[in-house]
Design a protein around this ligand. Structure first.
Ligand code: ZN
Ligand code: ZN
Length: 407
């Protein structure tokens, strides 16, 4: 199969994809509310004569069966974020306070394009291709919602799963690596208890504000003093709330923590240390009640299978050229994609697509101002360049799939 002849004449199709991308970008929807987005996906894919299945409310799946051969699943996430767009683009969000600030509209438009290439060129490959559009990546519940809705029993079992994400890297580049590529994460809501009282009579109260302050400081020692120095870990206290008035000692304080790690043992170490420190500080303060721990927004580790990564990366190098494919360090963000291959018990590969004008990116590198000049994912200024990001994202999904589906 000649990839060049398959992918060289994409321009007419890319016009169609650009229009889909702009439509998605103008109409962002929050996690698990992606009804209009799902409708766009379903309408465009149905228009290609494909049957669209629904899972987990707004999840959509197409299965293209094309004779004997392996089965490959490719996934795109579809949700947007509670961010007020400030890009000034002419296709800026029309929804107040909601923005495709993480590029999931790009992932969606690229996967729709890859599906079309494969659907219209069935003589170029054989096997089964599954395109999966997943809701609610940002809240970490969308993959599970599709799985809980019977995904695994309803579609053919893939051999491998594939996914991609745009990042503020030079457009035209692909970055990937074997092993950990995104961190495991969890959020923890911790409530600690004191005894309320009058601000003028601290001796008659147990002050949860002082207790919470001690906890915040002591938690800093986990990464600094307990985790091995060569291991990656983050413990952030993102919220700390207690009290209502300056002269009232409240009866409780609430902390919201976020952790990140690449190694399951480090993850366990973090969670164990957090609970130990919180309980011990409560005891030290004479807290009248055990603290409570509520885990939420949990994201599994994303760790690329070495064999699948080698196969897909070799295909990328072969098609895009060695210079276009970068080795990626692990990124500290998190994803729930890996829940899908985990549900099937299959390996997977995940890669990043550049989305910044290369000259602009290089100028920022030269000036040492990448952090201040190049808006990253989740920024209200995040504005991926459509070209060539959409084309590369589309081709990457096709090239990766054909690494398994063509001879
Ligand atoms: Zn995001
Ligand atoms: Zn994202």
């Amino acid at each position: 199969m000649n990839l060049d002849s398959l992918l060289d004449n994409l321009q007419p199709q890319l016009d169609w994809q650009r229009e889909i991308y702009r439509r998605l970008h103008r109409n962002p929807e929050l996690s698990m509310q992606e009804t209009g987005t799902a409708e766009i996906i379903e309408t465009e894919l149905s228009g290609l004569g494909l049957a669209v299945q629904r899972f987990g409310g707004t999840g959509r799946v197409v299965v293209i069966e094309n004779g004997d051969g392996p089965t490959v699943l490719a996934r795109a996430d579809i949700d947007a974020l509670p961010v007020t767009e400030q890009t000034g683009l002419d296709y800026t969000s029309t929804v107040d306070g909601v923005m495709h600030a993480c590029g999931h509209d790009m992932h969606t438009a690229a996967l729709i394009g890859a599906i079309r290439v494969l659907a219209e060129n069935r003589d170029a490959w054989h096997g089964t291709y599954i395109g999966l559009f997943q809701p609610a990546e940002e809240t970490g519940v969308g993959a599970d919602a599709m799985i809980d809705d019977g995904l695994v029993a309803a579609i053919p079992r893939p051999e491998v799963a594939l996914a991609q994400h745009i990042l503020p890297l030079p457009a035209g580049r692909i970055a990937t690596a074997a092993g950990p590529i995104l961190s495991a994460a969890e959020s923890i809501k911790i409530t600690v208890f004191g005894r309320g009282g009058h601000g003028s009579m601290p001796h008659l109260a147990i002050d949860p504000v002082v207790l919470a302050a001690s906890i915040v400081m002591r938690l800093q020692s986990i990464v600094a003093r307990e985790v091995p120095p060569d291991q990656f870990a983050v413990v952030t206290v993102g919220a700390l709330n207690a009290g209502t008035k300056s002269n009232i000692i409240p009866d409780r304080a609430e902390l919201r923590l976020n952790t990140r790690s690449y190694d399951p043992q480090v993850r366990t170490q973090l969670l164990t240390a957090i609970e130990r420190i919180v309980r011990a500080e409560c005891q030290a303060a004479g807290s009248p009640q055990e603290p409570t721990f509520e885990y939420y927004d949990e994201f599994p580790l994303t760790s690329n299978d070495a064999d699948v990564n080698a196969t897909v990366t070799a295909a990328f190098r072969g098609y895009f050229g060695d210079d276009a494919v970068l080795d990626s360090p692990p990124v500290t963000a998190s994803e729930d994609f890996s829940a899908i291959p985990a549900a099937f018990g299959i390996p997977y590969d995940y890669w990043f697509i550049g989305s910044v004008d290369p000259q602009r990116y290089q100028a920022a590198v030269d000036a040492g101002t990448v952090a201040s000049d190049i808006p990253a994912n989740h920024s209200p200024f995040f504005a991926p360049v459509i070209d060539p990001t959409l084309e590369i994202g589309t081709k990457a999904q096709v090239v990766a799939a054909l690494a398994y589906l063509s001879d």
